[in-house]
Unconditional design. Structure first.
Length: 74
């Protein structure tokens, strides 16, 4: 009986392979210094690759500019 319950549990709550990645991508229109340019381009490429290679990507953003629409929501 326990094996059947575990099998049913896995149908809805399957094991997940999750990873946290920290990136810093400024909002459109904000200045990027020459020292930050390579890092920003690398982070944008990383985000692009994550979206292409995963079923789901969860983005957490800061709330410094609550009146501006979040680009991930557009």
């Amino acid at each position: 009986m326990l094996i059947l319950a575990y099998s049913a549990f896995l149908l809805f709550f399957f094991p997940q392979d999750a990873e946290g990645i920290v990136m810093s991508i400024p909002m459109p229109g904000h200045p990027v210094t020459s020292q930050e340019e390579k890092s920003v381009v690398d982070d944008c490429n990383c985000l692009h690759n994550l979206v292409d290679s995963n079923d789901a990507v969860f983005l957490l953003t800061n709330t410094r500019e609550p009146m501006a629409p979040n680009p991930s929501e557009c």
